[in-house]
Design a protein. Structure first.
Ligand code: SF4
Length: 538
């Protein structure tokens, strides 16, 4: 068995019966949808047409949401249905970042991930999904793609069909007859801030709403309300105002209705990139120095000097762990990460990496600092190599895993940059060296790390070709668009140029320099995390 859908756009009349039946059958709360009818208007007045596209989870053959889920709450059944388990979900929202189709939302009542599940409960008793049964035009065909005699297989054999974003390699199993490129491609048409027959109410995960919590739309300029965007040859939309009562647009393309766009990750993620960078950087550098000293390649570490830096690093580590739990929509289930990990997920791996790092760094600090506090158990010399060997790899992994987790978030093309592991490793190294320099006064390694960091950051962010149209738009937003201020003002200016300038004035400015570097990294991380999330995948 291998279930899929065919959507016959020739028959769809845009009645929304499928969306309504889905909400009723699955008791979907207000404000979220498991399926919706995207409508796009295109043409030149008076010859303007509205086309419909039933949009939902594609039940991909190669589902990235299943791969990234750290607790197997998102699963691919043997019959090809991609189902979810609300009782297992911890609300980490990684699946929302991995889905390239914006098919997943957080249920506002259970605070867990939800989406179309092919009405698996109906399929299990021999019934068709509710949307199929209710459609008055038989525009939705469900069935077994592996059975050549099924209606869906015979329909597919007779027609040319398209799928959404085939270049993602997910092998979607929702096929469209007469699929409209303007509907299939998320960036092909502008999404207005309000629709003719639907206002959008702000919520914490929503970007792009003009509605208020009362549902009354705020005023928008004509420019926002009537955008005219026509894909240019590079695929990037051009836009311009349509002046009502004045000059008419040559050609209009706009989305008349689609579902909300959700932004899953907010300030805790950029913040924890900074706190984690400090913790991993300090312990990584101290572990490396200890191993080199053990091998006789450098002077021994003076523990009374580095002790305050280790204290700062431990505080940052616990802030990191706190932010990660806080960002879960079901923080009460955080321990699922440890007791039921799904090992292909970098979220699950991250939980174990941070746990190992915490065990190594806390244990090592206690052993080393005990003599300074008059508790000399005589264990430090014996255990030092063990803890150094354990701490170095866990610190390096703690510094760089974010890049691999971001790469697994296949719905955010900008995060697929191959330079990201190098960038985050350099940022952590610079923060670690700077924090240690505050207490031991050796600023030259920090200066070298900051110079390397700014060079690699600029080369990677400005010259590495983004892999897709959406990545190009996100990269442009990050560096020259709405995130230019955090990127240039904080990330590059405050994070790199100002620390170098301060240290040029004298080492007395060192503590301020490392503070600026940390704030700057927060700005860069904010731009990197938020820019691709603003772009709708549906
Ligand atoms: Fe559905 Fe998105 Fe997962 Fe594909 S990646 S199976 S569309 S939720």
């Amino acid at each position: 068995m291998n279930f899929g859908f065919v959507m016959d756009n020739r028959s769809c009349i845009g009645c929304h019966a499928c969306s309504t039946a889905c909400k009723s059958e699955n008791q979907v709360p207000l404000g979220v949808h498991r399926t919706w009818v995207k409508a796009v208007e295109a043409g030149q007045y008076p010859d303007v047409r509205r086309s419909f596209q039933v949009t939902r989870c594609n039940h991909c053959s190669n589902p990235p949401c299943v791969r990234i889920c750290p607790v197997s709450a998102m699963v691919q059944r043997d019959d090809g249905i991609v189902d979810f388990d609300s009782d297992a979900c911890i609300g980490c929202k990684a699946c929302m970042q991995a889905c390239p189709y914006d098919a997943i939302h957080i249920d506002p009542e259970t605070h867990t991930a939800a989406k179309c599940h092919y009405c698996a409960h109906r399929v299990d008793v021999g019934l068709e999904p509710a949307c199929v049964v209710v459609c008055p035009e038989h525009a939705i065909i469900a069935g077994d793609l592996d059975d050549p005699e099924s209606e869906i297989s015979r329909t597919l054999a007779k027609h040319n069909v398209t799928v959404r974003k085939p270049e993602q390699g997910t092998a979607p199993k929702v096929f469209y007859i007469e699929g409209n490129e303007l509907s299939l491609r998320p960036s092909a048409a502008a999404v207005p801030k309000s629709f003719a027959f639907a206002d959008v109410v702000d919520d914490p995960h929503h970007i792009g709403a003009v509605g208020t919590r009362t549902g009354i739309p705020r005023e928008t300029k004509d420019h926002d309300r009537y955008p005219v965007r026509v894909p240019d040859p590079q695929g990037l939309p051009r836009s311009g105002p349509l002046h009502i009562g004045g000059r008419m647009a040559e050609h209009m393309v706009q989305v008349a209705y689609t579902s909300r766009h959700h932004v899953p990750w907010h300030w805790p993620i950029p913040t924890y990139m900074v706190t984690k960078g400090i913790a991993a950087g300090v312990f990584g550098v101290v572990a490396l120095q200890t191993l080199l000293a053990t091998a006789g390649l450098m002077a021994p570490v003076v523990w009374s000097t580095v002790a305050p830096a280790l204290g700062v690093a431990l505080v940052m580590l616990f802030v990191t762990l706190g932010l990660l739990v806080y960002d879960l929509d079901r923080p009460d289930r955080f321990f699922y990460l440890l007791v039921r990990p799904q090992w292909r997920s970098w979220v699950a791996r991250a939980a174990w990496i941070l746990s190992g790092f915490a065990f190594a760094s806390v244990g090592w600090t206690a052993v080393e600092l005990a003599p300074l506090w008059g508790l000399d158990l005589g264990l430090a010399d014996a255990l030092r190599p063990f803890f150094a060997v354990l701490t170095l790899p866990t610190a390096v992994l703690a510094a760089v895993y974010t890049a691999f987790l971001f790469a697994q978030a296949e719905g955010r093309d900008l995060w697929q940059s191959p330079a990201l592991p190098v960038q985050v490793a350099l940022h952590a190294t610079a923060l670690g060296l700077g924090t240690l320099a505050v207490f031991d006064g050796s600023w030259m390694p920090f200066i070298v790390a900051v110079l390397l960091s700014v060079g690699v950051t600029l080369v990677a962010d400005l010259t590495v070709a983004p892999p897709s149209e959406l990545a190009r738009r996100a990269a442009r937003d990050m560096t020259w668009g709405r995130f230019a201020m955090p990127y240039w003002g904080l990330g590059i200016g405050l994070g790199h140029v100002v620390p170098l300038a301060l240290l040029g004035l004298g080492e007395a400015w060192g503590p301020l320099a490392i503070g600026c570097a940390a704030l700057g990294l927060l700005g860069w991380s904010w731009a990197l995390v938020m820019a691709p999330q603003q772009l709708s995948n549906s």
